[in-house]
Design a protein around this ligand. Structure first.
Ligand SMILES: [Zn+2]
Length: 170
């Protein structure tokens, strides 16, 4: 399977910047994010930490969703498919759009091999992939033009076969 992001990734050596379609990205080890997540959880509790990480993912998801949707002339479903494909290509796990219903403003995404779940050793009782949940929430809020609820209803970190996200417009 060809990786479009790798094929188009540009390195600005002078600035130490990696760019995809003029948008800057960075590579970071999942263990770095997991350690950050643990530290925030220790300070404010798991639920609040999840909210904060969600907020970070949300911003990126909203910006990317709107930019690529406009740039590529995608409809809503295609925009989610594009983001799933891109997420897979930038190493966020094997993402797949499972259902999309424009009428009820709802979609479901499955993520196999989430790096966030894999790096979160010692297991968890709830989903831990808040950045990914946030990206999908941000994507959904742009597509549905309003508030959304984004939930992780299954997570590999708590023993489920895959992580699974449900995004619903409110
Ligand atoms: Zn997960």
């Amino acid at each position: 399977m060809p990786n479009q992001v790798l094929a188009e990734l540009r390195w600005e050596g002078e600035q130490g910047a990696l760019l995809f379609r003029d948008v800057r990205y960075l590579l970071i080890r999942p263990e770095t994010l997991a350690a950050f997540q643990r530290a925030v959880e220790a300070e404010v509790g798991a639920a609040r930490a999840g909210d904060l990480l969600y907020a970070g993912g949300f911003t990126g998801g909203r910006l990317s969703g709107e930019r690529y949707r406009t740039q590529l002339g995608l409809d809503r479903k295609q925009a989610v498919e594009f983001m799933c494909r891109m997420g897979t290509e930038i190493g966020w796990g094997a993402l797949r759009l499972m259902t999309f219903d424009a009428a009820t403003r709802r979609f479901e995404v499955e993520a196999r091999h989430s790096p966030f779940a894999a790096a979160y050793v010692d297991g968890a009782s709830e989903g831990v992939c808040h950045l990914l949940r946030g990206v999908l929430g941000g994507l959904g809020s742009g597509l549905f033009e309003g508030d959304v609820v984004s939930r992780e209803v299954g997570c590999a970190a708590r023993g489920d076969a895959a992580c699974r996200f449900v995004v619903e417009g409110q």
